[in-house]
Design a protein around this ligand. Structure first.
Ligand code: ADP
Ligand code: MG
Length: 477
């Protein structure tokens, strides 16, 4: 039933809202009419409580009538006494297990060391989490620790110029950096923030969550004006994960803030997991304003870059664990095996360290292999091809693949076509325009329409929901 509740929430609220706030919502238990849910951060907890509690309850009751109340708690390996760094990094893409690797390693390892130093302990109350000064910068994420290679050289150069620009007005404004997860966007943004602050400039770093949270809260406490003024009285605004900005009033406000800053020559730097053209939930004007400066992509890390990042990370860890030795063969193995991103490389180092510390034995390629096995496997989801989706859906609905690609608009063809488009969006990394092209040259708005429609129908029609779920599994196995 919980699976269905989540599916309903996803369908009712849309993919973006769901991914921002509910993807990591879990059910702990239902007892005495109370459903206890948990999320990994206090930030998420308070956001859900203040915005979506009624919605969650209604949805829950639709599946389980006996539930009369919802409680949201914070889960975590050491929830009550956990370092609160996460309150300062409420990015949906960098959950507690990514930045807070230390919590996933044995307690014995958690002495003062680089892993722990990455935590920025900022004691905050629930409401103080929305201070107008933005989020703190992570001391470890600097230009000095950022390894430059072919795939990130342009983004790095642009960020560095902006950060070191000594008040000559804006250079590339805004600077828009986009890349997949773990490729160094946040690192680069923090680095720019540090460098700009060192040269005496006023910098605010915010994640999209925090921007929204700050704004909504400011509205509640009638301090919206103060919030806006604060935002505009700075030299550099850094906004991470802009793809999560949503909500009409927030977008409008975001648009005004952007315009005010850029028009008065103040610098704006943003990061996103996709190019501006694909920020589907954002208003067209805001999108084009974001695209109006310099847009740079950080590409995947090649093996050379992975090797450099890995050795930098190993060197950092060795400062606090001098006995931790990793042979060149092991490094080479890890750099070859972990292809996905920098975050997994960091995870791999922590695994090796845990292994070495616990067993006291040197790390061999063989032990490394078993220590990082899940990182190697889990992080490489099977690539689903659009063509395979079209074939499977066609055969399931007794039409041909060419029917799906054709102009025909009979119901017998339209429905499978829309389902195939929906699956293409959720199972592949293809953009809407690209999916449109692969479906007989259709416009991206047609694809978007199909995706929304199927999402909605899945929410309303449990049979269809199961059907689509089944298709998904068949494609992914
Ligand atoms: P993103 O924000 O793009 O998801 P992050 O900036 O959080 O990625 O990077 C994930 C991890 O990989 C961080 O620990 C970061 O320091 C590391 N990393 C990524 N790229 C680099 C790089 N070029 N040099 C050094 N570390 C990197
Ligand atoms: Mg990030």
């Amino acid at each position: 039933a919980w699976g269905r509740v989540k599916r309903r929430l996803r369908a009712e609220l849309g993919e973006d809202v769901f991914a921002s706030w509910f993807a990591r919502l879990e059910l702990e238990e239902v007892s005495g009419g109370v459903a206890r849910l948990t999320v990994p951060t206090r930030f998420l907890k308070s956001w859900i409580e203040s915005h979506y509690l009624d919605r969650v309850l209604t949805t829950f009751r639709a599946e389980a009538e006996s539930v009369g109340r919802i409680e949201v708690g914070v889960r975590g390996p050491s929830a009550p006494s956990r370092p609160v760094a996460n309150a300062g990094k409420p990015s949906p893409t960098s959950g507690p297990l990514t930045r807070l690797h230390a919590t996933a390693t044995p307690a014995a390892l958690q002495g003062p060391g680089p892993m722990v130093e990455t935590e920025i302990a900022v004691p905050r109350g629930e409401s103080a989490a929305v201070d107008l000064n933005g989020a703190p910068l992570d001391a470890r994420l600097t230009f000095a620790s950022f390894v430059v290679g072919r795939s990130n050289a342009l983004a790095h150069a642009a960020a560095e110029r902006i950060a070191r620009n000594d008040g000559e007005g804006a250079l590339y404004n805004p600077l828009y950096v986009h890349a997949g997860v773990g490729l160094g966007k946040t690192h680069l943004l923090h680095a720019a923030g540090h460098a700009a602050r060192e040269s005496g400039r006023r910098v605010i770093y915010l994640t999209a969550d925090r921007f929204m949270y700050g704004f909504v809260n400011a509205l509640k406490t009638q301090s919206a004006l103060a919030f806006k003024e604060k935002l505009r009285a700075i030299d550099l605004l850094i906004l991470d994960d802009v793809q999560f900005i949503q909500g009409k009033s927030i977008q409008t406000e975001f648009g005004h803030t952007l315009n005010a800053l850029i028009d008065s020559g103040r610098q704006v730097v943003v990061a996103s997991d996709r190019p501006p053209t694909e920020l589907e939930t954002l208003d067209e004007r805001v999108r084009s304003r974001l695209a109006g400066g310099l847009v740079v992509e950080i590409g995947t890390l090649d093996e050379g870059l992975r090797t450099s990042i890995l050795s930098a990370r190993l060197a950092a860890v060795r400062q606090s664990h001098p006995n931790f030795e990793v042979s060149p063969a092991v490094s080479a193995y890890v750099a070859r095996a972990i292809t996905a991103n920098g975050r997994d490389l960091e995870g791999a180092v922590n695994r090796l360290l845990a292994h070495a510390t616990l067993t006291g034995a040197p790390v061999t390629v063989e032990t490394a292999e078993s220590a990082i096995r899940d990182l190697v496997k889990n992080r490489e989801p099977k690539r689903v091809k659009i063509e395979d989706i079209q074939k499977l859906v066609a055969s399931r609905y007794n039409v041909s693949r060419s029917d799906i690609l054709s102009e025909r608009r009979t119901a017998a063809v339209v429905k499978p076509r829309q389902i195939a488009m929906y699956l293409s969006k959720v199972l592949t990394l293809r953009s809407l325009p690209e999916i449109g092209r692969r479906f007989g040259g259709r416009d991206h708005t047609t694809v978007l329409h199909a995706v929304r429609k199927i999402e909605k129908q899945i929410g309303e029609d449990a049979v269809l929901g199961d059907e689509v779920e089944l298709l998904k599994r068949m494609l992914q196995d």
